[in-house]
Design a protein around this ligand. Structure first.
Ligand code: SF4
Ligand code: SF4
Length: 125
C-alpha cells in the first residue's frame, strides 16, 4: 500500500509572512460582510463601509493597510504578529485558499529559504 497522503496539508501559515493576504483584490460577498459585522457587533452597513470598498460595480473587496514587509496588506492582518486578526470571521475566499493541500506561495518560500540557507528569509513575491 502507498504511504503517500495526497490530501495532507503541505503548507504552514504560521511560518509564512502572509503572502495571500497581500492580494489586492480579496472579494467579499454580502454573507462575508454580515459575518464580519456580527464579529464586531456593528451594523452590516457600517462593516461594509469600514472594512470594504467597491472595486467595480458588483464587486466589493477588503480594504488594505500599509505594511513594512510588503507595501500593502489586508486591513485585518496583524503586521507585527503576521497573522489574521479575524480568523473565525474571515471571508469565504480566505477560508477556501489555497484550494488544495499545497500553497504556491509556500512552495516558493520554502525553495527560497533553502536556497538562501536562511529559515527566516522573506523573499518578495
Ligand atoms: S500564502 Fe499560503 S502559507 Fe502563506 S498564509 Fe497564505 S495560505 Fe498560508
Ligand atoms: S481576512 Fe484575514 S485571512 Fe483574509 S486576507 Fe485578511 S488577514 Fe488574510
Amino acid at each position: 500500500m502507498s504511504k503517500d497522503k495526497p490530501n495532507k496539508i503541505r503548507y504552514d501559515c504560521s511560518r509564512c509572512p502572509g503572502y495571500c493576504c497581500t492580494y489586492p483584490r480579496i472579494e467579499v460577498k454580502g454573507s462575508d460582510v454580515k459575518r464580519l459585522a456580527k464579529h464586531f457587533g456593528i451594523p452590516k452597513k457600517e462593516a461594509e463601509r469600514r472594512f470594504t470598498r467597491l472595486y467595480e460595480p458588483g464587486e466589493r473587496i477588503l480594504r488594505h493597510r500599509k505594511d513594512d514587509v510588503f507595501d500593502s496588506i489586508c486591513r485585518f492582518f496583524d503586521t507585527e504578529e503576521r497573522r489574521c486578526t479575524v480568523y473565525p470571521a474571515r471571508p469565504q475566499v480566505c477560508r477556501d485558499y489555497p484550494n488544495g493541500p499545497r500553497c504556491g506561495y509556500y512552495e516558493f518560500l520554502k525553495f527560497e529559504r533553502k536556497h538562501q540557507d536562511d529559515p527566516d528569509f522573506v523573499p518578495s513575491a
